[in-house]
Design a protein around this ligand. Structure first.
Ligand SMILES: N[C@@H](CCC(=O)N[C@@H](CS)C(=O)NCC(=O)O)C(=O)O
Length: 276
């Protein structure tokens, strides 16, 4: 019996998938992929180029939302991530899509602030079992990919913040309208998991990759604070004060139950040993 999640340790979409598996109460191993090489590994198996991807006993699924749908189908006896009633299910899926758009803007905003600092590469590659030369190559690939794919550059910050604020206004409305802890329905669903995990890189909940400096090995941790700009701290404070920020922190505190496994293990590189 093998169940393996493939991820980048820093990714909030990976956090979403870990949470989906934890909410289902399933055991799983985690393998980290190197940026760039991940596409050669994932595409033949899932026909999707992005992490996360799940290999459940030979059944491959790419994309976090597809993973949620697969898990509900494959494990109907475990807590359901989506409601059976069509109307509530449609609402939960719509919130999941809103969360995906929020996640894209959160990534662009945080990376625009941090990509040229040592923090993201330190968090990403701190455990990678590679030589200093290979690590520098992986870090350079990661920086270039983030800047290119996600338009992570300070000049985009005003537009990114405006777009994120508009999306968060919608999310605030949902958070204010909810009855009880959850955003749609009376138990934790894909909607909660998606929305809260996408806000993680700004809210920095404990036991997540973003809980700097706890998540960093010394000496990187000692220098982290110096690289976090007042602007980014202001974004964090503003989100913490919003209804959706307070909702997400509450859900993280009371309903995350993380396995503490986000660091994962590194997938051997091609040429070093065979890929499974
Ligand atoms: N819709 C996808 C988005 C996942 C995603 O954006 N993954 C990013 C990391 S956060 C990725 O793999 N980027 C690398 C690439 O695009 O090649 C999902 O929900 O799984």
């Amino acid at each position: 019996m093998t169940r393996t999640l493939y991820q980048f340790p820093l990714s909030h979409f990976a956090e979403k998938s870990r949470w989906l598996l934890d909410a289902k109460g399933l055991d799983y191993a985690i393998r980290n992929l190197y940026p760039g090489l991940h596409r050669f590994f994932l595409w033949p198996r899932t026909r999707v180029c992005t992490i996360p991807a799940l290999n459940d006993n030979g059944h491959w699924t790419g994309d976090s939302t597809a993973i949620a749908l697969y898990l509900d189908d494959a494990y109907p006896e475990a807590p359901q991530l989506l409601a059976a009633t069509p109307q509530l299910r449609a609402t939960q899926l719509a919130i999941n899509m809103l969360a995906e758009r929020i996640g894209e803007k959160v990534r662009q905003l945080v990376m625009s602030h941090l990509i040229d600092t040592p923090i993201p590469v330190a968090m990403y590659f701190q455990d990678a079992p590679v030589s200093a030369f290979r690590r520098r190559m992986a870090e350079a690939t990661f920086r270039t990919a983030v800047k290119t794919l996600y338009k992570a550059h300070p000049r985009h910050l005003p537009a990114t913040r405006e777009a994120l604020d508009t999306l968060l206004d919608t999310a605030d409305g949902l958070a204010l309208a909810r009855c009880g802890d959850f955003i749609a329905g009376d138990h934790l669903s894909l909607a909660d998991i998606a929305l809260c995990s996408m806000l993680g890189p700004i809210l920095l909940p404990p036991d997540t990759p973003w809980s700097v400096p706890d998540s960093l090995h010394a000496p990187d941790a000692q220098h982290a604070a110096a690289h976090i700009s007042p602007d980014l701290l202001a974004v964090q404070q503003a989100l913490r004060e919003r209804p959706v920020g307070q909702y997400a922190l509450h859900i993280y505190t009371h309903h995350r139950h993380a396995a503490g496994n986000w660091r994962g293990q590194w997938q051997p590189q091609p040429g070093r040993s065979a890929l499974p």
